[in-house]
Structures are given as structure tokens and as C-alpha cells.
Design a protein around this ligand. Structure first.
Ligand code: FES
Ligand SMILES: [Fe+2]
Length: 376
């Protein structure tokens, strides 16, 4: 990438164009987002059969819904007749079928073509053959993941494997019972930055002392700049005088019963490439999904998950939410401040990673590998 040799302490980043070139973004859509497992929704959003959500995955619009048998289904949101966008709303509910707003071809929740004007006069048209085209779906941790690849990679290796690589084993995350937690708060951020800047930011804590005063108050070791993601299995310990993972260190909500003694009073962060961040603390889980919109814009949806009785009883979760909401704002502001520099002449060859950020180099290698970019 660069021929000038760097001091041993530094590793080169990706070049600026990686964050600004629409062609590179198009390659990422094709070789990353349309090929890997992509988290699209909280399963509870699809509360009953006919509830749906549409999500852009790479360059495709995907329709996610729940069928009569309660299983989650996902389809290309494209009418088989002449290609109109079948479902134009982002969320909603149909009774038993999706009807195309153009010529009224109608598909049931299993994707089968069940009605169309004059369909009875076309007995040779196969109802399944001309049904919606489905994509692979998995549910894990109470979230719905889809994969647009014809032959999806192993979910166990790619998704669950990432969590195991970070925490050491799968039981460590299962103890939080994320599947059965309730959404206490959801905030959607529209970030004017490339998705990789957001991932890189999440992976390091070199910036924590500078921009996260509240977080470093709660997790004093973050002031040293070593992220929880730096060491396998490591969770950052709460400060001695901190009662809970809240904006002012005051007491949190009811602790998730399965959380082990050695996980108590600790914060764990996991990046599941390409677009999920999971944050674990004893009384809640913060679950981020990134939806890359364009080379310089990413929508981030963030859920705060608590024990169901905490949410149902209407307990005040605001101090708990406020801590990571501030962290999000501080991080996304930093990413937005960085995005313009990516197109500076000065940054054409990229920047550098200091030792506490060296693990980001592995992320860059991974991006290059996915895109088939020659390295060296
Ligand atoms: S394009 Fe959908 S019914 Fe014609
Ligand atoms: Fe941060």
C-alpha cells in the first residue's frame, strides 16, 4: 500500500479512498453485505403472523415477515410480475397476504402467489414458481439475521464463532439470555460517516479518555486506552465506587439472573462483522446494528434490552440509557469529524494505528481479503 517504512509502533490504515470511493462501497455491498449474515430486526418486532419489516441489505430491499406457523421468513421485496417494490412501508402488518401496488399480484406469507387479476385464466403459471424469492434466515439472541448468498456461509462459524473468539465460549453470552430480554429503548442514529469508521471506532479505546468522560468514570481502565476488545475474554471492571452502568454511576436495574459472578460488575464488547456490536453489562445488553446507506452515510439502530419485568413495570431506565446514548453520540460525532478528512489529499495513503489499535489492522486485512484487494 505504502512504500515508506513505518516505525515498529505504527501500522498503516486503509487508504482514504476506501472510505470515499462509491465503487469500493459497491464492492463492499456485493462481497460483504450481500454475502454474509446480516442482522435485520429484533424478532419481537415481528410480533405475529403478517407483521413485517423491510430492510435494505446491500443493494437489495428485503421483506422480513412471520408466517402462519410462526416462523420468520425473508424475501426479496420485488414483485415477480414486472419488478415493482412489493412492500413500500418500513414496518407494518398484513392480514394474510402482500399485494403488489402495481397490478395486484398477491403473495401469501409463505411467498406463494395466491391471486392476480385473471390468474385463473393462466393455469400454467406455477404458484410457487412465481412466488416470492426467499433468502436464508436465522434467529439468534432474539434477532433476525438474513443472508442473500445462494450458498450462505456457516452461521455457526461466522456469527456465533465471532462471539466465541471474543468471549472464549458461547456460554458467556448465553448467560445474558438476550433472546428473552425486552427492548426498553431504541434509538436510531443517522451517521454521516463510512461504516468502517464506525467499526474501527468501536474496536478501540484510544479515544476513550478524550471523548468519553462518563464512560471512563464508570470503567476507569478505559482511561488507559486499552479496549475491552483487546484481550480475549476480558471485561472492563466497574470502578470501585460505581454502583451500576449508568450515566452517573448510580444503581442500575435488576441484574440478569444468569450472569456469572466473574461477569458481574464488568462490561464486555463484541464486534460481529460486518455490522453488529454487542455490549454486555450485568443488568442490560446494548445491541447495535449498522445499516450502511452509502459510502459516507450509515444508519445505526441501537436497542437497550432489559429483563421483561423491568420494561413492563415502567421502571425508569433513563440514566441507564443515557450513558451509552452519550457514548454513541460522542463516537458518531468523532466519526463524522473524520469522514471529511478521508477525501483530503493529505490522507490519500491513509493514516496509522498505534499499538493499542493494532487489532484494527486485522479488520483492514479482512476487508482487503473480502474485496480481493492486493496487499503488501
Ligand atoms: S409489478 Fe407487481 S403486479 Fe405487476
Ligand atoms: Fe467510543
Amino acid at each position: 500500500m505504502t512504500s515508506t517504512s513505518l516505525p515498529d509502533s505504527l501500522i498503516a490504515t486503509l487508504p482514504g479512498s476506501s472510505y470515499t470511493d462509491p465503487e469500493i462501497f459497491a464492492q463492499e455491498q456485493e462481497r460483504i453485505f450481500e454475502t454474509m449474515w446480516f442482522c435485520v430486526a429484533r424478532a419481537s418486532e415481528l410480533a405475529k403472523p403478517g407483521a413485517f419489516r423491510t430492510v435494505d441489505v446491500g443493494r437489495e430491499s428485503i421483506l422480513v415477515t412471520r408466517a402462519r406457523d410462526n416462523s420468520v421468513r425473508a424475501y426479496f421485496n420485488v414483485c415477480r410480475h414486472r419488478g415493482a417494490k412489493l412492500c413500500t412501508e418500513e414496518t407494518g402488518e398484513v392480514k394474510r397476504a402482500f399485494q403488489c401496488p402495481y397490478h395486484a399480484w398477491t403473495y401469501d406469507l409463505n411467498g406463494k402467489l395466491v391471486a392476480a387479476p385473471n390468474l385463473t385464466k393462466m393455469p400454467d403459471v406455477g404458484r410457487t414458481e412465481y412466488g416470492l424469492v426467499s433468502v436464508a434466515v436465522r434467529e439468534w439472541l432474539g434477532y433476525v439475521w438474513v443472508c442473500l448468498a445462494e450458498n450462505p456461509p456457516s452461521f455457526e462459524e461466522d456469527v456465533i464463532g465471532e462471539v466465541i473468539a471474543r468471549l472464549g465460549d458461547v456460554e458467556s453470552i448465553e448467560r445474558y439470555d438476550i433472546e428473552n430480554l425486552s427492548v426498553g429503548k431504541r434509538i436510531v442514529y443517522d451517521v454521516k460517516a463510512n461504516w468502517k469508521l464506525i467499526i474501527e471506532n468501536f474496536m478501540e479505546c484510544y479515544h476513550c479518555a478524550t471523548i468519553h468522560p462518563e464512560l471512563t468514570e464508570v470503567l476507569p481502565e478505559f482511561a488507559d486506552g486499552y479496549a475491552a476488545q483487546y484481550y480475549v475474554g476480558h471485561g472492563a471492571e466497574f470502578g470501585d465506587d460505581v454502583q451500576g452502568f449508568t450515566v452517573d454511576g448510580s444503581e442500575g436495574l435488576d441484574r440478569i439472573p444468569g450472569v456469572a459472578e466473574d461477569q458481574d460488575r464488568r462490561y464486555y464488547a463484541i464486534t460481529v462483522k460486518p455490522q453488529v456490536f454487542i455490549n454486555l453489562v450485568p443488568d442490560h445488553v446494548i445491541f447495535h446494528r449498522m445499516y450502511p446507506v452509502s459510502v459516507d452515510r450509515t444508519v445505526v439502530e441501537c436497542d437497550w434490552l432489559y429483563l421483561p419485568h423491568v420494561v413492563e413495570s415502567g421502571k425508569d431506565v433513563s440514566r441507564s440509557v443515557e450513558l451509552f446514548h452519550r457514548v454513541n453520540q460522542q463516537d458518531f460525532d468523532a466519526c463524522e469529524r473524520t469522514q471529511p478528512g478521508m477525501s483530503s489529499r493529505m490522507y490519500a495513503k491513509g493514516g496509522v494505528l498505534v499499538p493499542s489499535e493494532h487489532h484494527i489492522g486485522a479488520f483492514h486485512d479482512w476487508v482487503n481479503e473480502r474485496l480481493g484487494t492486493p496487499q503488501g
